[in-house]
Design a protein around this ligand. Sequence first.
Ligand SMILES: Cc1ncc(COP(=O)(O)O)c(C=O)c1O
Length: 415
Amino acid sequence: MAELAINGGKQTFSDFWPAWPVYTEQDKAALIEVLESRNWGGYPAPNQKAREFGEAFAAAHDSKYGICAANGTVTLEIALRAAGVKAGDEVIVTPYSWIATAGAPVTINAVPVFADVQPDTYCLDPAAVEAAITDRTRAIIPVHLGSIVADLDALMAIAEKHGLTLIEDCAHMHGAKWNNKGIGSHGHLGSFSFQSSKLMTAGEGGIILTSSKELEERCQAHVNCGRKEPGYDSFEGLVFSGNHRITEFQAALLLVRLQAMESERKLREENATHLSSLLTDIDGIRPMAKDSRITHQSVYQYIFRYDPAAFGGASRDRFVEALNAEGIPADGDFYIPIYKSPLFPISADRFPAIRERYGDRIDGSKIDCPVCDKAAYHEAVWLHHPLFMAGKKEMEIIAEAIGKIQKHAGELSDD
Ligand SMILES: Cc1ncc(COP(=O)(O)O)c(C=O)c1O
């Protein structure tokens, strides 16, 4: 008789996982307050709640300024523009991310250059970054991926040595700290998303952090149709830009969500730590390496590494199917390498700036990031954050389901 749920055996978990997003009476009251104020925002920018939230979120991450914006895609574009990155400049990015990380340079006619990730963190490898630098490099965009912070000490040292701007893509990692200092405040600029799947959300939204007054004012102008509001006088001219403001409804909701950020982060960290201790005992499963400099871990996705050899050769995707069938929602191909995305055979006809580095088009098959390829297609398994809003017992159930699949891996043959 079959044991695995994928073959008709009994499911390990058939209850509900915590719902996401979370809201309380306080969230409702905050929205009603904005409604009744008749100041729904965003213009003027920053409006009242957006200013309040920007300051509070920046302070919570040990940064001076927080500039709210419409989403975490445009925040990356604005950060690049504010840093003075221009058409033809090269920007080193991680390939193991959502497309926006590499799409932002493309959108401003800069050239994305992919450097590989580290095998034990899946974050940008400082050695690969150093090797990718040319005299056209202007910026580096690491992503703090899943629940692991990229090596900010090494990346910042490289940025400083070569006079580059470091833009941290923190879309996954609200509330995390590296060496007891908020992420997004180590580089020159930090970019966050408040899109609906993220750890803090207002449905949509984004924010840029910086401790430079000039960068703050440049970002603010880019958010606000290129305008300079009164008091924003640290740089000369107006800039061409669109309207990327958030509304007062979003900012009001985010102000309430910010109050819950640390307690939710702590709960997820405790659960993730417990799960890691359990997974370490299962042959063929390895949690990602958690650097001791990650002093406050934030878990957007808990990623672990899967070794088919310990599962009778079953592919990562087959394992993920089996895990889902056991009642544990998981993803294998949450991200594919950005250069393999159907959007990425970018042509020089449309984006002439890429020609010097890539010729007529960016050909993903010629980009050599083997660690990223292995993670994306064979090794990485992703568990989404709502699971970590449950308790210790549920972490034990996740480990039990994985252990069960391993014990009965013989049932996983792909035919
Ligand atoms: C790593 C990363 N960067 C950028 C973004 C873009 O954020 P948004 O969806 O708010 O545009 C996302 C969100 O999906 C992301 O995961």
